[in-house]
Design a protein around this ligand. Structure first.
Ligand code: ADP
Length: 449
């Protein structure tokens, strides 16, 4: 096992990884930008090093980060999510410099980081995918040609994208012309490559994803599914495990086929296969695979008792998976709420600033993963998520009652947050019935409900 691990990330996920390391008896090294001097994870790590200069670059400058790991004697780096987590060049550079990257191989990151390639590979491995074009395009005329073949409405997506960026729903040729330009520019800005691909737009499917773990010896298992349909602008806000509205047969089919497909291509460490699912027709389509720890891993941990971050570290250290598929059991339901500092009055725009009061909920079945505290000043440079609340209970009714109680307990003052929105959703009859697809929230907000 490693003696020292460097964490190439910040905020709540850095703290999450520090906690896993502590429980394994591993020393932790944090890095931080000038904007994160007062962050909680910096205080909790055994060692912490300032990366001066640009506050975003601090977490992206991998040559510097790997050099630091070598200098301080860390044998491995955990990238968390975002920043370098899905950067194959970084994983390759770690390898070259004798540092273990806690995640899949660079080749696997490359394959799945290209969404078009990922679809092709998984289709060949037996998974249904959303009908779409075989290659990304850079010219609007090519996009138009394909869109006519697929038929409107279509979805434009950044081939190397994530976080809902560079994505547009398009209903007509005219609309495609304008949307293409803006999606292309957005993709270029955020991902360095503007390449766009097109697929059929599905009407209000559920977003169902499968957590998988694979070791270096070809063993691959799943830890069940998560229902991540509660989204805004294609970004997840609330996630549930297991899905409260996925028929049993369909669930078994998706989980089994996901693992079988991954076995064909081979996969190492933690990953998530994302699907769009129509629960009425039983149709399901693979859309992408994330080759990293996900924000919402906590709900899977809550229902399975598996420590996913710990398992990632063990796999990277060369240990075989500590359990078989048949050892994985599920208990109850878990819901995660992403607490974001954003202003509902300004279209949920990020609202950094000083937190003047902070009381997080507690009691039975409540887990908080946060990177903030009273008097903490949220820097403007990063993601607006300041905390995650994961609630667990034995039954769906109970987890809803508990989530309602816990979200009512949650107090953050000084900056607006989406807590009031959650107080409404957790009382919404459609939500409570599990009757929701990815358009649920936008439709509610539009109607002003
Ligand atoms: P990202 O990697 O940017 O998160 P994804 O491909 O995972 O993008 O899609 C994010 C969300 O966008 C999905 O959960 C779903 O709500 C929506 N979406 C993606 N593809 C389609 C599609 N073909 N039809 C309808 N909605 C889609």
């Amino acid at each position: 096992m490693f003696k020292k691990v460097l964490i190439a990330n910040r905020g709540e996920v850095a703290l999450r990884i520090i906690r896993a390391c502590k429980e394994l008896g591993i020393k932790t090294v944090a890095i931080y930008s000038e904007a994160d001097v007062r962050s909680l994870y910096v205080k909790k790590a055994d060692e912490a090093y300032l990366i001066p200069g640009d506050p975003i670059r601090a977490y992206l400058d991998y040559v510097r980060i790997v050099d630091l790991a070598r200098q301080v004697g860390a044998e491995a780096i955990h990238p968390g999510y975002g920043f370098l987590a899905e950067n194959a060049d970084f994983a390759r550079y770690c390898q070259r410099r004798g540092i273990t990257f806690i995640g899949p191989t660079p080749e696997q990151i490359d394959t799945f980081g290209d969404k078009v390639k990922a679809k092709k590979v998984m289709e060949e491995a037996g998974l249904p995918t959303v009908p779409g074009i075989p290659e990304p395009v850079t010219e609007v005329e090519d996009a138009l040609k394909f869109a006519r073949e697929i038929g409107f409405p279509v979805m434009l997506k950044a081939a190397y994208g994530g976080g809902g960026r560079g994505m547009r729903v398009v209903h007509s040729e005219e609309e495609l012309r304008t949307a293409f330009e803006s999606a292309y520019r957005e993709a270029e800005t955020f991902f360095g490559k503007g390449d766009i691909f097109i697929e059929r737009y599905l009407d209000n499917p559920k977003h169902i994803e499968v957590q998988v773990l694979g070791d270096k010896y070809g063993n691959i298992i799943h830890l069940g599914e998560r229902d991540c349909s509660i989204q805004r602008r294609h970004q997840k806000l609330i996630e549930i495990a297991p899905s409260p509205a996925l028929p049993r047969d369909l669930r078994m089919k998706i989980l089994g086929n996901a693992v079988r497909a991954l076995m064909r291509v081979g996969y190492e460490n933690a990953g998530t296969l994302e699907f769009l699912v129509d629960v009425r027709t039983g149709e399901y389509y693979f859309i992408e695979m994330n080759t990293r720890l996900q924000v919402e891993h906590t709900i899977t941990e809550a229902i399975t008792g598996v420590d996913i971050v710990e398992t990632m570290i063990k796999i990277a250290a060369g240990e075989p998976l500590p359990f078989l598929q048949s050892d994985v059991t599920y208990r109850g339901y878990a819901i995660e709420f992403r607490i974001n500092a954003e202003d509902p009055k300004k279209g949920f725009a990020p609202s950094p600033g000083k937190i003047t009061a902070y009381y997080s909920p507690g009691g039975p079945g409540v887990r908080i993963d946060a990177g903030v505290y009273k008097d903490y000043i949220i820097p403007p440079y990063y993601d607006s998520m300041i905390a995650k609340m994961t609630v667990w209970a034995l039954t769906w009714e109970k987890v809803v009652a508990r989530a309602r109680r816990a979200i009512d307990e949650f107090i953050v003052r000084g900056v607006p947050t989406n807590i009031p929105l959650y107080r409404e959703i957790i009382r919404d009859p459609d939500f409570l019935r599990g009757d929701f697809g990815v358009k649920f929230l936008e439709e509610k907000i539009q109607k002003g409900e």
